[in-house]
Ligand binder design. Structure first.
Ligand code: HEC
Length: 144
C-alpha cells in the first residue's frame, strides 16, 4: 500500500498539467469566426478557412447586401446574381471580391443605383473578408 498515497498526490498534478496543455492549445488556435464549424482545417481558398465563409454567410443573411442582391444572392432589379459563377466586374478571386465589397462600385453599369462602399453596411475588414469568402464558396459548390 506504500505506493497508493504517492499515486493520489500525482493524479491532481497530472490533471493540472493536462488542463494547462488544453489552455495553451486554445490560445495558439483561435477560431477566427467562432462558428464552431466541424472541420476547422478546411479551406475555401488558400489561407481562407471555411469557418470564415460560415461567418460571412451569417453576415450576408443579416446584412444590407440582400436588398440589392436578394437573400439567396440570386439578384434583383438593383443588383446582379452573385451565385451564377459569372462575374461582370471581377474575375471572382478573393482579392476582387474583397475590393468590390470594400470600395463598392461607383458606376452601376446597367443597374439604376451604384453599389455603395461596404454595400452601405457597417462592416470591418474581417467582415469584408468573411463576406468575400462566403461568395467565393457560393460559386464553387465543390468547396467545403
Ligand atoms: C444599392 C444596391 C447594392 C447593395 C446594397 C449591394 N450591392 Fe453589390 N452590386 C450592386 C451593383 C449595381 C453592382 C454592379 C453590377 C454590375 O455592373 O454588373 C454590384 C456588384 C457587386 C459585386 C460584383 C459582381 C460582379 O458580377 O462582378 C459583388 C461581389 C457585390 N456587388 C457584392 C455585394 C455585397 C457583399 C454587398 C453587401 C456588403 C453588396 N454587394 C451590396 C448593387 C448593390
Amino acid at each position: 500500500m506504500g505506493s497508493l498515497p504517492r499515486g493520489q498526490r500525482l493524479l491532481p498534478a497530472l490533471l493540472a498539467l493536462a488542463l494547462a496543455a488544453c489552455d495553451a492549445g486554445a490560445e495558439t488556435e483561435p477560431d477566427p469566426a467562432e462558428t464552431g464549424a466541424a472541420d476547422t482545417d478546411a479551406e475555401v481558398a488558400p489561407g481562407v478557412p471555411a469557418a470564415f465563409a460560415d461567418r460571412g454567410e451569417e453576415l450576408w443573411e443579416g446584412g444590407v447586401c440582400t436588398v440589392c442582391h436578394a437573400s439567396d444572392a440570386g439578384g434583383t432589379q438593383l443588383g446582379p446574381s452573385l451565385r451564377d459563377g459569372e462575374w461582370n466586374r471581377i474575375d471572382g478571386d478573393m482579392e476582387g471580391l474583397v475590393r468590390v465589397i470594400r470600395d463598392g462600385l461607383a458606376d452601376p453599369g446597367e443597374y439604376p443605383v451604384p453599389m455603395p462602399p461596404l454595400g452601405g453596411g457597417d462592416f470591418d475588414e474581417d467582415d469584408v473578408r468573411a463576406l468575400a469568402a462566403f461568395l467565393y464558396r457560393l460559386n464553387r459548390p465543390d468547396r467545403p
